[in-house]
Design a binder for this molecule. Structure first.
Ligand code: TXE
Length: 482
């Protein structure tokens, strides 16, 4: 497969080639072409021109039909997308088969349905002369949207933005993470086959600091939607402020789980296993801080340890595999540095803490052990900073108020999970979490109509359902004097 930017309906090469390597083996997967500055500009100009062409004059129904075809196109090539996503990220097939690829298709279907069913607002108003007036709103596309995303759930997170952006009639220039570009590259073929007009969907490939920065600084972008780290989110917000463009920022997290003694322990362990270790801990919604009520603390720690030690690290395609590697060697260095900082901060290492012994052919991969700590002070950096690896710290608590205070004591506010069988407590505690998404007895349970986003340094704005429409459209109020 040739990996290059997709501009105005065709793949374009460039002289500068870089390598994509496997997180599983460290070996070369394929080279890719880095977009030049001129190609970034061409992509934005193609997107701008497409707004005025066939795409711009389509009815909502016509757009919706095309988006259904895009969803069908992903589903029809399910196995190709699955293989590419797992090759790029190293995540187990068993995970991507149930989450990443189905959600990639669903993101087009759901937002096609959303735009089809949304009603315009209308208000009648009295006027001094008694004739009255009628106000109604018209939803228009914002224009050219810059879409920048991360490497942890590449197809899922990018289409979560591209789906609603196109449903609302915008055009997009997409910059996937330089770590994971395969499924976004394939999406170009799907768009062409579905009849998406040229220039509506474009990709530019390359490093964020260069290609990404060139894109967000382009004066002809009308809005930017970004998922990634808080530090880069601040840079995106800065670039968006020039020309007063709108920016939607979905950033990092340091998500807590609170486990009360009245929980269903089996469910709490199963849910926490997923929230800590799924995707090798590389999920923005993942749990890295677990607070457990003292009477069940020892049992909880022992059972989570058993679960962590039962995880099977291995190749993505092996049906036995339940955990893959980290995305890159540099990310592994970062995670291992936190593992060391935890020891330095006096942590008791319940399990893991290092690099696992892997079979010869996997030795070059970015493997780390699933890790659980106890005993750190709440201000230790492995407890305050996002690690983005397969690890968590477990601390005991004695009262509900103490648990809420510890859980909320973070500069981040993306997600939380509360485990209790007491319905009053579930509502009381769930509502007090300073986060965008508060789960009770669950994790990663997502209805795409609900608002998604973070409080505090976890982001600005919400996407999902009609919240996405708010971001991806510009409203015009028409006021008619009757
Ligand atoms: O993120 P970046 P990285 C967190 C996680 C991880 C850390 C760093 O803690 O360890 O961030 O990961 C593009 N202008 N999350 O370095 O830099 C970049 O090319 C424009 C949490 O991968 O934020 C990529 O496409 N674009 C997160 C995207 O931004 C720029 C998921 C994200 O990269 C740019 C990923 C620039 N100046 C990491 N610099 C989550 N919330 O899910 C970089 N990019």
């Amino acid at each position: 497969m040739k990996v290059s930017s997709f501009i105005n309906g065709v793949y374009v090469d460039s002289e500068e080639q870089r390598n994509i390597t496997s997180p599983v083996t460290g070996k070369l997967i394929t080279p890719y072409s880095v977009a030049t500055d001129a190609q970034v500009d061409e992509a934005v100009q193609a997107a701008k021109a497409a707004l005025k062409g066939e795409w711009g004059s389509m009815s909502i129904q016509q757009r919706v039909e095309i988006l259904y075809k895009v969803a069908d196109g992903i589903s029809a090539r399910f196995d190709d997308f699955l293989e590419a996503e797992c090759l790029d990220t190293g995540k187990p097939y068993s995970l991507a088969r149930h989450i990443d690829i189905p959600r990639g298709a669903a993101n087009f279907r759901v937002f096609a349905d959303t735009i089809k069913n949304v009603a315009d607002e209308a208000f009648h108003m009295p006027t001094p002369d008694g004739t009255g007036a009628l106000n109604y709103t018209i939803r228009k596309p914002k224009g050219v949207i810059g879409v920048i995303g991360p490497w942890n759930l590449p197809l899922l997170l990018m289409t979560w933005k591209i789906g609603p952006a196109l449903a609302c009639g915008n055009t997009v220039v997409v910059k996937p993470s330089e770590e994971t570009q395969l499924t976004m590259t394939m999406l170009g073929e799907v768009m062409n086959a579905a009849g998406v007009p040229k220039g509506v969907f474009n990709t530019v490939l390359g490093p964020g600091s260069r290609v990404g920065d060139k894109l967000i600084s382009h004066p002809d972008l009308d809005a930017i939607t970004f998922t990634g780290s808080t530090a880069t989110g601040e840079r995106v917000a800065e670039a968006a402020s020039v020309g007063l463009r709108d920016a939607s920022l979905e950033l990092g997290g340091k998500n807590p789980a609170i486990v009360f003694a009245d929980c269903d322990m089996d469910k709490a362990i199963e849910g926490t296993m997923r929230s800590v270790f799924a995707n090798c801990g590389q999920v923005c919604l993942g749990t890295e801080r677990v607070y457990v009520e003292r009477p069940i603390f020892d049992e909880f720690v022992a059972r989570l340890k058993t679960g962590a030690e039962a995880l099977k690290l291995g190749k993505a395609e092996d049906p036995e595999t339940t955990m893959g590697p980290l995305i890159s060697a540099s990310h592994r260095d970062k995670v291992l540095d936190y593992y060391q900082q935890a020891v330095d901060a006096g942590a008791t290492v319940i399990t893991g803490g290092g690099v696992p012994e892997m079979a010869e052919e996997l030795k070059g991969g970015n493997w780390v052990e699933p890790t659980i700590w106890t005993g750190m002070a709440e201000d230790a950096t492995p407890i305050t900073e996002e690690i983005f690896g397969p690890c968590c710290h477990i601390a005991p608590f004695d009262t509900e108020d103490e648990a809420i205070e510890m859980a909320n004591n973070s500069p981040y506010g993306l997600a939380s999970s509360v485990w209790t069988e007491n319905a009053s407590r579930a509502h009381r505690v769930g509502g007090q979490m300073e986060v965008g998404i508060s789960w009770i007895n669950s994790w990663f349970l997502r209805d795409l109509r609900t608002p998604f986003g973070g409080a505090k340094q976890s982001g600005i704005g919400r996407e999902g359902g009609h919240y996405s429409l708010e971001f991806y459209t510009e409203l015009t109020n028409v006021c008619i004097k009757l």
